[in-house]
Design a protein around this ligand. Sequence first.
Ligand code: MSP
Length: 686
Amino acid sequence: MTTPKRTLLVTTPIYYVNDIPHVGHAYTTVAADTLARAERLAGKDVFFLTGTDEHGQNIERIAREKGISEQEHCDFISAQFRSLWGRYDVRFDRFIRTTEDVHRRGVLKLWEKLRTAKTPDGRDAVYRGRYAGWYCPRCEGFKDEEELRQPGNVCPDHERPCEWLEEENFFFRLSGYESWLKEAIESERIRIRPESRRNEVLGVVKQGLKDFSVSRARVKWGIPVPEQPDHVLYVWVDALSNYVTALGYADDGEPYRRYWEGGDERLHLIGKDIIRFHCLYWPAVLHAAGVKVPTREFAQGFITRDGRKLSKTTGNVIDPVALVEKLGPDAARYFLLREAPYGADWDFTETAFVGRYNADLANDLGNLVSRAVTMAARYCDGKVPERGAGGSDFTATLEAKAFAAEGGLAAGVLARYSELDFAGALGETWSWVSQLNQAIVQVEPWSLARDPARRTELEAFLYRLVESVRLVAALVSPVMPRAASRVFATLGLGEREPDGADLAWGRLEPGAPLGAVAPLFPRVERADGPNETDAKAAPRPKKTKEARVSDVNQPSSGGEAAAAPAAPVQSPAPAPGADRIDISEFAKVELRAARILAAEKISGSKKLVKLQVDLGSEQRQVVAGIAESYAPEALVGKTIVLVANLKPAKLMGVESNGMVLAGSGEGGKAILCAFDSEVAPGTKVK
Ligand code: MSP
């Protein structure tokens, strides 16, 4: 009999559609996606839920200002979140929108349970009462008088005056759940992390919990309260319920039974700003309704820039689209999770982003992969080396450390992922990466290769080295799924994502062909000039027009593909021959044969492809507008003609060092210039 897998439900907050996505949203979503991938690798049955929070007074106001319906506004912004997650390679199982009917039905079912629920001391959990207080429409909540800035009763978060509201509401008797909450949190039945946040929550409980109102008059865009249809349910009750309605609470659906009621772990990732709602209100509401409560809650820290809160007013926001486009999703995900412990506040800088990319990804990881596989291929005829045995002490240690029976490296790293210690998981993997890089220097495979008597020793080392690279790829795959698949392809395993079985020793078959070596993370120059992740400085790529082959070749200063070609300029007819150039002008253009080593579509662009080319004496990255005519895999191995002395240009944020020559075929499709027969990379074309 096989034991069923442990289940894990991981959720992000559902994001308000009052504005476009923010880097803080990307931070939580990338963290949740990484955890989901890591726990699947560890063998768990995972369900990953995210979505958008679409009700409330703010949405009503914004839609009115824009002159469109609330639903139209919600559809528009919600789609932006969804598409952003595509760019970040986020793979959720469910994207809930609170305007879905299944959500409304689920909320009403929960409400019905609450209406008849009793507190542990036998009182009604929900009652009618009168509320009077300072209300901030932006927070959609009442504020304590002492929180407000004077004069003017200003909300400290939104810097706007609050309104004095008095209304007849339904209330939830949170005060009746004080001891229950205290016990649930202290006993860790609800495990709140980081520890400091747990203490903060317990501190709030100790001060005494106030009942909160769960319905609102005046708001129309929401779920009407059945007993009082001119009221809607308080937006937080509506929003929090998504965690069960998305799973099918309304109809007792399968995901609900499997991941909530019958599930092992129910984990909410949240920001430190919404702890009270998630760690106190939500568990109490669920408990009152007779529904299971979350088992874990983790509050991430806040990202700041230049030490200040990200704010449109100060203009220091970080554009999540520019961030992912700058160096690709793997690099953005890596940086977000590596730069600071998850749970701590941290400051974003462009320099740190590029610095980490070059140091950790291009240098440490990229070099390890290319050196290991290039050597294995060179000394073993393009094939996976023989496993061999013995060899240096070092070789034996390599195997023992990485693949120890009790788990070795993988067990340690996966345990850290599980604790949401992403920086720790990556740090541990990187210390292994640098040990491997040092091992290459110490063992000197190139010296072993000169001595036929040491052949077994050479192969034993190289086998363990490529196996270790494979393990590293598997362990970084939750953070960098694309890079991991590419490493697998380089190892001859096909471009696929690693799975749990890949954590075991010996998956590479000696004698099997290795794949082509392509640079994983080409180095980039440090950003000077305006910060590209600055929402104002980096206009998003224009959606209307994409670059054509000829446009692509023009250096563009705006960090994106050139837009429409300029209109033809009318000029008087030139004298015969006057429009010709002399040979010295042509000689300024350096044309060379270049072999394509790797090709990858640029996400967000239909036409652009990123090429790594071999120029004989060096490798280059070039961007070309040929993706509509050639599949990336069909390009690898082709020898093409490159204008090699063009100034670097950036296209959709990707650096291009040269221009590929192509003509226009039928329907304007690009056709590459190639050679009649084999020409060595780097050969001058005259
Ligand atoms: N809609 C509510 C959540 C309802 S959940 C049932 C909400 N939405 S929000 O769009 O304002 O997103 C809040 C979340 O975004 C925070 O909890 C946090 O996860 C993330 N962040 C927003 N700004 C942030 C930073 N500057 N830094 C890190 N994360 C932050 O609240």
